[in-house]
Design a protein around this ligand. Sequence first.
Ligand code: DAK
Length: 272
Amino acid sequence: MSQAPDRMRVRVDHPAHHPHSEQSIDGVALLTLDRPEALNALDYQTMTELVEALERLDADGSCRCVVVTGAGEKAFAAGADIKQMAAATPVSLTVANDFARWERIRRIRVPIIAAVRGFALGGGCELAMACDMIIAADDAVFGQPEIRLGIIPGAGGTQRLTRAMGKARAMELILTGRNLPAREAEAHGLVTRVVAREQVVSEALGLAAEVAARPPLAVRAAKEAVNRAFELSLEAGLEFERRNFYLLFASADQKEGMAAFVAKRPPEWKGR
Ligand code: DAK
């Protein structure tokens, strides 16, 4: 059944405390793909809301880390919306320029953690891989089933899965469309860690709170540098790392971090 078009499909929360502890989670935002009746399939509206929410949070200096998860029992996201995509033509895809939204996710500077329960298939798997880390439930299932629909992954699957797991494994998954259970995904380096289903969001929020407590300029530089490892030659990547390393010595937070270490006190970050 389709929903009323005016219903928001991405929920934005700013939890004040970690759900299972007193830990403050200042600076952490939780985005929930909220279309459980369609297994959070990423239709145009959902993708637009997701990208706009991420860009708003990225522009807001008080947000230091974002967690993205899926509502309901069954899925993080079961892919792009097949019903919406079925009638597409090369021309309609070119006009819609859907790839631009995915490109905008790639440009988000604040770290993003995917908290994956249940299915992360097709575009859902690609969205999780576009995030910086993945916390997976033991019932999580990853996969690129596009081949079974007569297409191939379109939002980075052939590239990111291959970089994460190597050619031999990515080929098998993409050419067969086989689902990959969480433990196998963990063994092959696709996910940061696997936890019990009930703990996925709290684990991701806890990790996000740790990242949010680190000096934000250094965090952003580190995210950017790690991502360059996938795009640059080793020489260019090392050069990029070194330049950013030098640059951070112009920040108040570098002075503070090192002074606090020497004085044996906790640092107070300024984000400058
Ligand atoms: N799209 C639309 N509706 C979906 C959906 C999807 N991907 N996945 C599930 N649903 C809907 C089902 O149609 C059903 O709706 P009703 O029939 O009740 O109205 C409801 O969610 C519950 O699903 P099922 O009844 O199928 O639930 P089951 O537990 O039996 O099966 C399943 C769960 C995950 C195995 C199954 O739903 C399934 O196979 N889903 C499709 C998975 C899939 O093939 N995903 C890849 C889609 S292709 C691009 C960016 C991205 C992409 C392409 C281009 N550009 C930037 C241009 C990505 C492409 C894809 O992701």
